[in-house]
Write a protein that binds this ligand. Sequence first.
Ligand code: NAG
Length: 142
Amino acid sequence: MQRVAILLVVWCVGFISAEKPAVRLDKQKTLDIMQSLIQCVAETNVNPEVLIKMRNGDTFPDKVDSNVQKFVNCAFVKTGYGKKNGHVKGGKIVDLFPDNVKEEMRKVVEKCDSKDGKDPNETTYLFFKCFTEESPVHVVLE
Ligand SMILES: *[C@@H]1O[C@H](CO)[C@@H](O)[C@H](O)[C@H]1NC(C)=O
């Protein structure tokens, strides 16, 4: 379990890139989110190495292992930012960001939440892929 936690931390921090400014979430939110992610790794049996590989690309693949889609859906639902139907609670996500980027984030969230996958898990995956690619900032969990 501890190894999984470490991999996830590395995974999230790895999203930092030189070009995009980082937005840091506060410690309590980070702890809550990490706990949900760890539970979701256990529940979905996703291979953490696959998550790392996915992170290392500049973009997310269109097709991924269904466990990866399950994991992303589980993570959003369990943290309270996603709905069972695969779409997200956009307002809550936008609220995570500082005022100076809220408007921009609102547009990205709206755009990315407009796609439907063939099931709720794919819908959330498509949102997350789009969000990661289009977001003007990087979310850092620390
Ligand atoms: C979607 O993911 C959840 C876990 O979040 C899983 O219980 C469910 O079986 C998955 N649904 C499909 C259609 O794969």
